[in-house]
Each structure stands twice: as structure tokens, then as C-alpha cells.
Design a protein around this ligand. Structure first.
Ligand SMILES: C[S@@+](CC[C@H](N)C(=O)[O-])C[C@H]1O[C@@H](n2cnc3c(N)ncnc32)[C@H](O)[C@@H]1O
Length: 343
């Protein structure tokens, strides 16, 4: 669930027409961009991290499980949070770990280090190379900008161009000419357009960003969590959208709203284009299943507890409510977790 406020826009070039990838890059991450605002994403969004502390507790458990599986010479286990927001998940995970658990914690972010963050957390622009442990990316990939293609009336997949000032769109050159053969191949392989009017988000930059992140791990587990689709469930007209004040709005790449699109996580899971390292073994499961494996379920406490220990009953009931939100099939529970073990 995303909750937005209005605010000053990013500088983006007014009446200029651009591909969605370049326009989104400026709108979210350029000077004055959406993600550089002082309040941070938590001032606008409600992700699983903000929904309940149970999420951080589950991730802490995944970290300790992962640490146990590392080779003896792996060194101090790392927890690498990619797209760390303002460090909320890192803070929650550190608090949930056993007190004597050794860990090196990294927040990987394009935004500046938040004030007052736990000094144990290293704040870096790129994932550290060669560490072993858990690399975790919650709602990161949907904010890696992508281009959009649409099949025109002539049956050709063309680049969608957007006017920065107002979000108006027009069709540009064929994808292969506008973006190159790699993007055209990605479209053909992962999101083929069949009918005029059908649209697709070209996920190649996300595949590559994910491959680079996974490639930094020497040993351990990499996990990407996002609203996602697979080859058998792509939305015919794409999913690019904006959010403002808790409502879905027409996306305008002027820095006034978030711009996001669901992630083709099955494409991320497989080896990327030549030149990138092949990704290790992948598993794709729902958040509901992932959290169930980590001991989080929305089951209500037994009614008998209400009479034997009313305070414990109320605590358990509140936990069950939060767990139900994290695992709801039509909501956060329907998010996909891509898990990749290294090596
Ligand atoms: C939707 S927020 C999610 C924040 C947090 N993970 C959560 O779940 O609440 C996406 C975050 O990813 C960050 N981000 C986007 N691209 C990034 C990149 N290439 N490297 C590091 N951080 C990035 C953005 O700045 C933003 O803080």
C-alpha cells in the first residue's frame, strides 16, 4: 500500500519528450527528485517493512538461518539491504537478532544516510563486493526505471515517449531502433506484444541490476521481494503507474509522485544478456509462503487463552492481525519473493 503527499517537483525539462526510463530516472533520483525528499519513502508509502515489525523479525530469522549455512571461512555474516529507504528494515533486523549475533549491516541507497541511524550500519551507494550472508531487496526493483513499449496499429512494437510536464504520451521509433537489439530481444523473450494497443515494460535494466547485486555475494542468499508477474500473468496493458496521497494517479514524471511498475521477476531470475554472470539457482514463491516458512501466519490465538491469560491473548490477537496483513493473498501476501542461493 502506498500513501503519498504532494510536494515540489524535480527539474525535468518541461515540454521535452523522453522515453519513460530516462524520464523516471530524473523524476525519482535527479535533483529535487521524489526519492531525495527529506521525509523519505516512509513519509509516503506503507511497505511490508512499515506494516509490521513481524516482517523484520522474519528477515532476522532468515539471516540467522543463512548464516548457519555459510562455509566456515565466510567471516562475519553480512546483512545487505538494497533500496534501504531510511534504514527501517535494518534497524528492525538489528533489534530482532540475538544480542550476541555477529553481523555487518549495510544500507544500499541512492538517498543520503538518515540522521541518527545506528552507527553499526554502513550506508553505501552500491552493494559491497565479496561479502557472505543475506542480501535483501524489498520493493527496490519496481523503482528501477524501465522503458515502455506499445504495439502500434502497424503491428510494430514502438517506444512510448512521455512529455515530462504533463505525462502526455506518444509513440516513437520501433524498439530495436530507439533502444537497441538487447531491449528488442528482451521484449520478444519475456513480454511479447500480440495486439495493437498492448503495452509492456522492458525489464532488462532490472534483470541487470539484480544480476549485479547477486553477483556481489560470495556466499549466502539473495532475496528480491516485490509486486510482480510472470510470463503467464503479464498485464496486457502494462502496470506503470503513479501514486499520490494513497491513491493511484496517472504517472507524470515531474517528481511529484512515485512512478513504479510491477516486476517481471521470472526474467530477473534467469541469466541476463551475454557479459553478465549467470544467476544461481532460483526459487519464486509468494510472500505468504515465504513468511509461513519463517514462522509468520495470520492464525488467531485459541479462545481458551482469552480466559487463562487475557493480556497474552490480546498480544497474540494483535500479532495475528499484523501477520494477516503481511500474508493477505490479494495484498502484501501476493507479493513474490525471488530467492537465489550463492554459490
Ligand atoms: C519503495 S522504496 C522501498 C524502501 C524500503 N526497502 C521499504 O521496503 O520500505 C525504494 C527505495 O529504493 C531506493 N533505490 C532505488 N534504486 C536504487 C539503487 N540503484 N540503489 C540503491 N537504492 C535504490 C530508492 O531511493 C528508495 O528509497
Amino acid at each position: 500500500m502506498r500513501v503519498m503527499n504532494n510536494g515540489a517537483g524535480a527539474s525535468g525539462g518541461g515540454g521535452e519528450w523522453r522515453g519513460w526510463r530516462a524520464a523516471t530516472e530524473t523524476a525519482l533520483y535527479g535533483p529535487g527528485g521524489f526519492y531525495h525528499r527529506p521525509e523519505g519513502p516512509a513519509g509516503h508509502f506503507r511497505t511490508s517493512v512499515h506494516a509490521s515489525g513481524l516482517f523484520a523479525t522474519a528477515v532476522a530469522r532468515l539471516l540467522t538461518d543463512t548464516a548457519r549455512s555459510l562455509p566456515p571461512d565466510a567471516g562475519v555474516p553480512a546483512f545487505v539491504d538494497v533500496g534501504a529507504g531510511r534504514g527501517e528494515l535494518l534497524t528492525g533486523v538489528l533489534a530482532a537478532l540475538p544480542p550476541d549475533f555477529p553481523v555487518r549491516a549495510y544500507g544500499v541507497e541512492r538517498a543520503a544516510r538518515p540522521e541518527g541511524l545506528d552507527p553499526r550500519i554502513e550506508w553505501v551507494p552500491e552493494p559491497p563486493e565479496g561479502v557472505s550472508g543475506l542480501l535483501f531487496a524489498n520493493e527496490w526493483l519496481d523503482n528501477v526505471p524501465v522503458d515502455v513499449a506499445e504495439m502500434a496499429g502497424d503491428g510494430v512494437a514502438r517506444l512510448v515517449e512521455v512529455r515530462v510536464a504533463d505525462g502526455a504520451e506518444r509513440l516513437g521509433a520501433p524498439v530495436a531502433d530507439a533502444l537497441g537489439a538487447a531491449d528488442a530481444r528482451w521484449l520478444e523473450r519475456w513480454w511479447p506484444l500480440r495486439e495493437p494497443g498492448e503495452r509492456a515494460e522492458i525489464g532488462r535494466p532490472r534483470d541487470e541490476a539484480w544480476a549485479r547485486a547477486v553477483g556481489t555475494l560470495r556466499a549466502g542468499l539473495a532475496v528480491a521481494v516485490d509486486y510482480a508477474h510472470t510470463l503467464d500473468s503479464r498485464p496486457s496493458f502494462g502496470s506503470l503507474t503513479g501514486f499520490r496521497e494513497g491513491r493511484e494517479v496517472r504517472p507524470v514524471p515531474d517528481g511529484s509522485c512515485d512512478i513504479t511498475a510491477h516486476v517481471a521477476l521470472d526474467a530477473c531470475a534467469l541469466p541476463g544478456p551475454p557479459g553478465l554472470p549467470g544467476l544461481p539457482q532460483a526459487e519464486l514463491i509468494t510472500q505468504r509462503e515465504a513468511l509461513r516458512r519463517l514462522g509468520v501466519s495470520g492464525e488467531r490465538p485459541p479462545l481458551t487463552l482469552a480466559s487463562s491469560d487475557p493480556a497474552a491473548y490480546l498480544r497474540a490477537l494483535s500479532c495475528a492481525g499484523e501477520a494477516a496483513e503481511l500474508t493477505a493473498p490479494g495484498g502484501l501476501g501476493g507479493f513474490l519473493w525471488l530467492l537465489q542461493r550463492v554459490p
